[in-house]
Design a protein around this ligand. Structure first.
Ligand code: ADP
Length: 272
């Protein structure tokens, strides 16, 4: 598996007064089995970028290759790409709609037209992978906790057997326990299933702990693409674009875990 982006640009509302150049000449190669963190301030272009990776959005200019195939070629099978590059949106639990957990997770495989047995097997396996026990498979998704709902939503994407799993802010709105649970599960998936993972976050700490490679977006540009250590060496620049250095966020989050309210300023930690 590989995904290559060659000078990808994306402009919202091109040639209107509302034009917004959201991706600027992005060059990037994603290799099989990588665990990548994609970070950047709100509005830096992260969501726009990941929606290009599975063809949900089409570049204004530039090319994208999946396993060497041009995804914008006429005969390219977009449907296959969408199932191979699984995208978990922000707050994915808002998209749960079936009457039971198992039905929800089966939805994607059923749409692929797979035999019933294969659908069941995939759904059970996916639920196991996210740590949802058999006692919950017939429950209504709405009876679950926030963290459980989110894991069910992730299972729905895993049941498609993607080669790449992209998660947009998977810890948003969760408490520290839910946050660690989700991230530990994702790390385990990457380790055991060898699945390529792209973790989108605005939190340095979330990504720093897990990934092997960090991509930093700023105002539509990919400004860093390197190991966490090499990226964090630029902590001054990171602070300047609103990304707190990991040491600082780490301390703040530990204080928060202990129930101490702290101000969110990245440069100064003070009790609020
Ligand atoms: P991020 O995911 O890093 O928060 P986005 O990819 O959502 O960033 O946004 C990148 C830029 O594109 C931002 O300036 C945002 O305001 C703009 N943008 C996002 N979605 C739209 C849209 N539907 N129409 C116009 N501009 C948009």
């Amino acid at each position: 598996m590989s995904i290559i982006l060659d000078k990808v640009n994306y402009k919202y509302s091109e040639s209107t007064v509302y034009e917004k150049h959201a991706l600027k000449d992005i060059n990037l190669k994603i290799n099989d089995g990588e665990f990548i963190g994609l970070i950047g301030h709100t509005g830096s272009g992260k969501s726009t970028l990941i929606q290009h990776l599975n063809g949900l959005m089409k570049a204004t200019s530039g090319a994208i290759y999946y396993n060497g195939e041009d995804i914008y070629a006429k005969d390219f099978n977009m449907r296959t790409l969408r199932s191979k590059v699984g995208l978990v949106f922000q707050y994915p639990e808002h998209q749960l709609f079936e009457t039971s957990v198992i039905k929800d997770v089966s939805f994607g495989p059923r749409n692929l037209g797979l035999p019933d047995l294969e659908i069941d097997l995939r759904a059970y396996e996916a639920l196991k992978q996210v740590g949802i026990g058999e006692d919950l498979i017939d429950a209504s998704p709405f009876e679950l906790s926030g963290g459980q709902k989110r894991r069910v939503a992730i299972a729905g994407v895993l049941a498609m057997k993607p080669e790449v799993l992209i998660l947009d802010e998977p810890t948003a709105g969760l408490d520290p326990k839910g946050r660690d649970e989700i991230l530990d599960r994702i790390a385990l998936l990457h380790k055991e299933q060898k699945i390529t993972v792209i973790l989108v976050s605005h939190s340095m700490e979330d990504v720093a702990k897990y990934v092997d490679r960090i991509l930093v977006m700023n105002k539509g540009e990919l400004i860093f693409d390197n190991t966490p250590k090499n990226v964090f060496a630029h902590y001054k620049e990171l602070e300047n674009i609103g990304l707190a250095a990991p040491q600082v966020t780490y301390v703040m989050n530990r204080l928060r875990d202990q129930g101490i309210r702290v101000s969110t300023s990245p440069t100064t930690i003070k009790e609020a």
